[in-house]
Write a protein that binds this ligand. Structure first.
Ligand code: ADP
Ligand code: 3PG
Ligand code: MG
Length: 399
């Protein structure tokens, strides 16, 4: 971005302002903060800045609760500058408003996913976005794994470059993959084994230890033959979990599963709990967090690590005290010598809540984007920008 002359130009900046909202207020502004360097740079360089993002999944329709107004207010506060917001995404009214933009001012468009053309990457919609600008800057790292009109389609029409957040995210992630410090440890938690199977396979080739927690670990415990009571697990993924455990035997990577867990009868905050070995989960009870022995084992591995990658909470952290292992492991990472790269919406929220977010080497704004990157999938948002065969953002999609 910094190689381009943006003075007086209309610059369309795609950001990922897909933030949690409650009662019309932004609950976590980390993603907005992350985009400020690019926006400030453009403002100071006297560009005429047009900002666009999706918010939630309105599926091509106008959903009032997903309008960008709360985001505009928060962005304006954080920048200390008026951010004008317009209620449409493209069209004559928006074009007219853009023509009046003065250098150094910012216009925020309505939620791009209100138009069905966005997710379809419809060329006509991409062209209507392209009419708004002279230069395209993609700073939406969190959406880099999507091929949508506002982050890929539009790029064909004008010079298209990465913003500062995109560059920062990619440089950390590329380094974690191309030249990781070892021992390299990955921690995977959360719930959706189906979404994470690909990345588990990939990690088996890459990492030295793979620590599994969260509800995802229950599917693996089941695959090991334990009974998991009424724990959350994915019945239709037990077989593939068993295959992965089998595959891991022939690899240098070690899969480390929980040895003890906290169990409850009902998942509510402050539910009475017991700590049991994974071989002793009572019928009718569910595993909702890691037990202390497992946490100790994870901590010992983290202490030896030189690089740690983490996605997904290790327990049902929204229901204290079942945030315990997630917090303990976050502390272990904060104190570790290792470089720590953490990604995912839930983890980001958990780390902000305990005030350890700033202790990580890199806290990524991407969830699915980071998993797809680690899995080696192509990232359409990157492939569309920086039209240079030697570009340094290219990802290796041959894996
Ligand atoms: P991420 O957003 O980080 O990719 P997921 O969306 O896959 O992670 O999973 C996060 C959710 O998993 C959280 O809502 C958390 O409460 C839930 N979770 C984690 N561990 C457990 C568990 N043992 N039992 C029930 N829910 C869990
Ligand atoms: C995210 O929150 O991970 C990104 O904003 C992408 O959102 P999406 O999964 O709805 O495309
Ligand atoms: Mg999630």
């Amino acid at each position: 971005m910094k190689d381009l002359d943006v003075k007086g130009k209309r610059v369309f900046v795609r950001v990922d302002f897909n933030v949690p909202l409650s009662d019309g207020r932004v609950m976590d502004d980390s993603k907005i903060l992350a985009a400020l360097p690019t926006l400030r740079y453009l403002v100071e360089a006297d560009a005429r800045v047009i900002v666009a993002s999706h918010l939630g999944r309105p599926k091509g329709k106008i959903v009032s609760s997903l309008r960008m107004d709360p985001v505009a207010r928060r962005l304006s506060e954080l920048l200390g500058q008026k951010v004008e917001k317009i209620d449409s995404v493209a069209g004559e009214e928006v074009e007219a408003r853009v023509q009046q933009l003065t250098p150094g001012s910012i216009l925020l468009l309505e939620n791009v996913r209100f138009d069905p053309g966005e997710e379809e990457n419809d060329p006509a919609f991409a062209a209507s976005l392209a009419r708004l600008a002279d230069i395209f800057v993609n700073d939406a790292f969190g959406t880099v794994h999507r091929a949508h009109a506002s982050n890929t389609g539009i790029a064909a029409y004008m010079p298209a470059v990465a913003g500062m957040l995109m560059e920062r995210e990619m440089s950390y992630l590329n380094r974690s993959k191309e030249n990781p410090a070892r021992p390299l440890v990955a921690i995977l938690g959360g719930r959706k084994v189906a979404d994470k199977i690909g990345v588990i396979r990939h990690f088996l080739e890459q990492v030295d230890s793979l620590l599994l927690g969260g509800a995802m670990a229950n599917t693996f415990l089941k695959a090991q033959g334990y009974s998991v009571g009424k724990s959350l697990y994915e019945e239709d993924k037990v077989e593939v979990a068993a295959e992965l455990l089998q595959e891991a035997l022939g690899k240098s990577a070690k899969i480390v599963l929980p040895e003890d867990v906290m169990v409850v009868e009902d998942l509510i905050a402050h539910a009475p709990f017991r700590v049991v070995k994974v071989s002793e989960i009572p019928a009718g009870w569910m595993a909702v967090d890691l037990g202390p022995n497992t946490v100790k084992r994870f901590e010992a591995i983290i202490q030896e690590a030189k690089m740690v990658l983490w996605n997904g909470p290790l327990g049902a952290y929204e229901f204290p005290p079942f945030n315990r292992s997630t917090e303990q492991i976050a502390r272990a990472l904060a104190e570790a010598e290792a470089e720590t790269i953490v990604g995912g919406g839930d983890i980001m929220a958990a780390l902000e809540r305990i005030g350890l977010a700033h202790k990580m080497t890199h806290l990524s704004t991407g969830g699915g984007a980071v998993l797809d990157f680690w899995e080696g999938k192509p990232l359409p948002g990157l492939e569309a920008i920086d039209h240079d065969p030697n570009n340094r953002y290219s990802t290796d999609s041959s894996e």
